[in-house]
Design a protein around this ligand. Structure first.
Ligand code: ADP
Length: 467
């Protein structure tokens, strides 16, 4: 069952219950108070006649003769009240004119109550189905019940009025329920229509497998508007993840293809006889070794990025940065020596050197700095300089790696931290993962990695770590 139908049914159900209870209360209280009014008139009338008889010198004689002066019936206030005076044996002593030859029925229950010298009230149902309300008040002489004054009134008018009210209440309830059902259905349809549209659009997105599409955001800031915004934000994120995954797959296969082709080519060379020539053998093996190293680096970097993606937590401990930088400095000198022939080396210097201890993973910080130095060595021409410095401020510790290399054009700067991004495809080999890994390490330490660069003058990368 749809929400629309359920909402309407629930709403109509509650309304029906309320209306039925309301009608029942109105009907019963109305019939009760109308009957009370009839009773009061009948009791007044009976009391009036009773007091006339009691005022006589000899009520027994009066009863016997039936010469009782009945009060003129006020036809306007009690349109059809009938009065009769009965004796102790049940015979009628006197009756009001409007009764003609008829008599009010003798009811055993009423008489029984009267015999105990108590007034009695009862609704009798006559043979023709008419309801008659009767009051019977005992007449007693010296504590002895000798007769009764009975006043009766048919409830025809009252019953007719109550019937009309009942019909009105029932018809009113029915009409209200039907109208409420219609309005409820319309309102739930109107308020759920945007959800239908969301479902349709979402369905189209799924069918077309097009995560680039977005739902139209409604102008209202209500539940539906928020749902659409959240849904769009989710699509946006999925789209980005999906694209990143696709790019990663393409980039990785591309990066692996080049070394594999080189290795394959060299193996072919060796097959075709290069293995017998010591110089060519050495060259081929060196090329193969270089490519294997490159693939090794790539796989290690990818592993690290996968861990970064899985939100891997670092093993943090207090790290003496000045000591760590000294180790990095020594390793950098070694790298420079292996990369460049003597005379063409890039010189490595230690610049400003404060003392600082930070909470962090020493291996990762070292890896970050070596990535920066590796880049500096790659993009600095022979004879250039690389300076490593450590500054300690109040809130931050800054480690900078400054080179006098080729620099980075300003339009390229925003992209250098992207995965697999490489501005200079020619020249020394890299896969474009170094900086994105460096930035992840900085952020995993609640720090950041910034860059300043001038083309032809040099580049400075700065690692900021909180103290
Ligand atoms: P790569 O493997 O290509 O070095 P990185 O992510 O480490 O990948 O660097 C991305 C790009 O940023 C490089 O291709 C290069 O264009 C630029 N770059 C990084 N460091 C420097 C630097 N010190 N001087 C000039 N360009 C740099």
């Amino acid at each position: 069952m749809s929400i629309r139908i359920r909402l309407t049914l629930g709403y109509v159900g509650v309304l029906t219950a309320i209306l039925i209870v309301f009608s029942a209360v109105v009907y019963t209280s109305l019939s009760f108070s109308l009957l009370r009014a009839v009773d009061r008139t009948l009791q007044d009338r009976a009391a009036q006649v009773g007091s006339v008889i009691a005022a006589q010198n000899d009520p027994l004689t009066v009863l016997r003769t039936g010469l009782i002066d009945l009060p003129a019936l006020d036809v306007f206030s009690t349109p059809a009240a009938y009065i009769q005076v009965v004796r102790g044996d049940g015979s009628v002593a006197r009756r009001s004119q409007n009764l003609g030859d008829q008599r009010l029925p003798l009811d055993a229950d009423l008489l029984a109550v009267n015999l105990r010298n108590q007034p009695a009230l009862k609704t009798l149902v006559l043979e023709n189905g008419v309801r008659l309300r009767m009051v019977s008040v005992p007449i007693s002489v010296a504590g002895q019940v000798v007769g009764a004054v009975q006043v009766g009134q048919p409830l025809t008018d009252l019953d007719a009025a109550l019937k009309r009210v009942l019909v009105l209440l029932m018809v009113g309830t029915l009409v209200t329920i039907i109208a409420a059902g219609g309005v409820g259905l319309l309102m739930s349809w109107l308020s759920l229509r945007p959800i239908d549209r969301i479902t349709q659009t979402a369905g189209r997105i799924v069918r077309a497998q097009d995560l680039g599409r977005r739902l139209p955001v409604p102008t209202t800031d209500d539940e539906v508007g928020r749902l659409v915004s959240t849904f769009n934000a989710m699509l946006e994120r999925l789209d980005r993840l999906f694209q990143a995954q696709q790019r990663l797959g393409a980039d990785v296969s591309h990066e692996l293809r080049t070394p594999l082709t080189t290795i394959r080519g060299n193996v072919d060379l060796l097959r075709r006889g290069a293995a017998t020539d010591p110089t060519e053998l050495a060259l081929a093996l060196e090329a193969i070794e270089g490519e294997v190293d490159r693939m090794n680096r790539l796989v290690a970097d990818l592993l690290l990025l996968a861990q970064a993606e899985a939100d891997m937590k670092l093993e943090k401990q207090p790290v003496e940065l000045d000591t760590l930088i000294l180790q990095v400095y020594r390793q950098a000198q070694l790298m420079s020596a292996t990369h460049f022939p003597i005379g063409e080396r890039v010189s490595i210097h230690l610049g400003h050197e404060d003392q600082a201890v930070v909470e962090g993973d020493p291996d990762r910080i070292k890896q970050l700095l070596l990535n920066l130095i590796d880049n500096a060595l790659k993009y600095t021409p022979p004879g250039g300089q690389i300076t490593i410095s450590l500054y300690r401020d109040q809130d931050w510790v800054r480690v900078s790696v400054e080179d006098t290399g080729v620099g980075i054009p300003s339009d390229v700067l925003p992209h250098i931290f992207d995965r697999f991004y490489r501005a200079q495809r020619k020249g020394r080999k890299g896969v474009g993962l170094g900086l994105s890994i460096a930035r992840w390490i900085a952020e995993a330490h609640n720090g950041r990695l910034t860059v300043e660069s001038q083309v032809g003058q040099g580049t400075t990368f700065t690692l900021w770590l909180p103290t």
